[in-house]
Design a protein around this ligand. Structure first.
Ligand code: HEM
Length: 151
């Protein structure tokens, strides 16, 4: 087994955790949670994200570290164009996640603690939009990586 294979395994493990979690949250949990009254719905999301976001933070760090390590190993100038596009999209996705982590996520936690459901719903709507954006960007990134769709 080469180091490259180990790096690729860790890279893809991170991608699976991040993308799989977003698909589950956006397409399965969200429509089901919409049937709950606001107090229960927002408390549920606060508990779910309290477990999911630290996992995503670890996944993002792993994806970036292993991705750039594989890129540097081959050499930035020699690397295929698709890898550069992946690096760009991956960095944008990490930025979108950071904007959730430092923005609406603390606002949602505070709103739930204060039982301020209107403010909580606002923060949750922002999180939903940004997770939706990352889902689209992530799908595009996987398409670029596997189908070689260099833009
Ligand atoms: C800064 C961020 C990233 C960098 C520098 C990066 C770099 C790389 C590199 C160098 C490979 C090895 C390709 C090979 O051995 O053929 C790879 C594979 C892969 N990456 Fe990334 N990546 C990044 C982010 C992402 C993200 C965010 C996703 C998906 C959401 C992703 C999905 C994939 C997939 C599916 C592969 C396997 C492709 C294959 O080997 O055929 N990457 N990445």
């Amino acid at each position: 087994m080469k180091v490259h294979h180990l790096l690729l395994f860790l890279h893809l493990a991170g991608v699976i955790v991040w993308m799989g979690g977003m698909v589950f949250a956006h397409l399965c949990l969200r429509p089901a949670a919409l049937e709950l009254p606001p107090a229960q719905r927002l408390s549920l999301w606060r508990a779910v994200f309290g477990r999911f976001f630290p996992l995503v933070a670890a996944a993002v760090a792993t994806i970036l570290l292993t991705g750039f390590a594989m890129l540097a190993d081959v050499g930035f100038a020699q690397a295929p164009r698709t890898w550069h596009v992946m690096a760009l999209l991956g960095t944008v996705m990490a930025g979108v996640f950071a904007s959730i982590w430092f923005g609406p996520w603390p606002r949602l936690r505070q709103a739930v603690a204060e039982e301020s459901w209107a403010r909580g719903a606002e923060a949750l709507a922002t999180i939903r939009q940004r997770v939706g954006l990352n889902l689209v960007l992530g799908t595009l990134t996987v398409a670029v990586a596997i189908l070689g769709l260099a833009l």
